[in-house]
Design a protein around this ligand. Structure first.
Ligand code: MN
Length: 245
């Protein structure tokens, strides 16, 4: 059996709903890479979340709504979108625990921002309102389509996996501003917007601003992110007994 990957849930409160969910594209990408996904919802109890993470090899932080700027010491500007305190409490706490325990962690879009905030970093609350001359980062093209280029630091984990440049899809109006403690910016768009961060002194702590899970069917290179993540998760759990081999 492959390593258990904690799929941190998103929180859907639209149309008077109240439910936790994970997008199938993320489940499919993790499963195809050999991981065994389990879903972790908000439990209103940090100790239970910490205990649940005892049993996993990796943590996947999903995309979603905006991060509360209070978490990085700012007041909300007018361009801030929807925020969700329970969702923040779930994934920021999970990211902190993953970094503390050195559990492999992969952040997608909001998940990258959460990883950075968990490490003490800051965000742009609204790119169009705060960054002049920024490119279009909220694409209107199909979900899987790459619409802007990025340059990648070659001497990084991301560079090792993906090379020095590529084109990616883009669905965000927030972005990393200042990198958190131990975090290194390893990819940027042509306008300087941060597109990836990683923690070099961790086994695997990587966040990407795009959505590789939506690109894996059409761009095989994107699968490497999930494959290396699951590999790191398996190595982390090696030696610990699992229910079945
Ligand atoms: Mn982008």
């Amino acid at each position: 059996m492959g390593p258990i990957i904690a799929m941190i849930c998103g929180h859907d409160t639209s149309n008077q709903r109240d439910r936790y969910y994970v997008n199938n594209a993320e489940i499919r990408a993790v499963t195809a890479a050999g991981g065994v996904p389990i879903l972790l919802p908000y439990m209103n109890d940090e100790k239970k979340l910490a205990a649940a993470l005892d049993f996993v090899g990796g943590v996947l932080l999903p995309g979603g709504v905006d991060v509360d700027p209070h978490l990085y010491g700012e007041e909300p500007i007018r361009g801030l979108g929807r925020i969700d305190p329970d969702w923040d409490a779930l994934d920021v706490t999970a990211a902190k625990i993953a970094l503390e325990r050195d559990i492999p962690v992969l952040g997608l879009c909001r998940g990258m921002q959460v990883l950075n905030v968990a490490a003490g970093g800051t965000l742009w609350q609204d790119i169009p309102g705060q960054v002049t001359e920024a490119l279009q980062h909220a694409q209107k093209a199909p979900r899987w389509a790459a619409t802007h280029g990025i340059t990648i630091e070659e001497d990084s984990l991301l560079g090792e996996l993906l090379g020095s440049s590529m084109r990616v899809n883009s669905y965000h109006h927030q972005a990393v501003k200042d990198a958190g403690d131990g975090m290194r910016v390893t990819a940027k768009a042509m306008d300087g917007i941060v597109e990836a961060v990683e923690a070099p002194d961790r086994r695997f702590a990587l966040g990407v601003q795009w959505h590789p899970e939506l690109m894996v069917d059409t761009d095989a290179v994107q699968r490497k992110l999930f494959e290396r993540f699951v590999e790191a998760a398996a190595a982390t759990r090696k030696g610990i007994a699992t229910a079945s081999a």
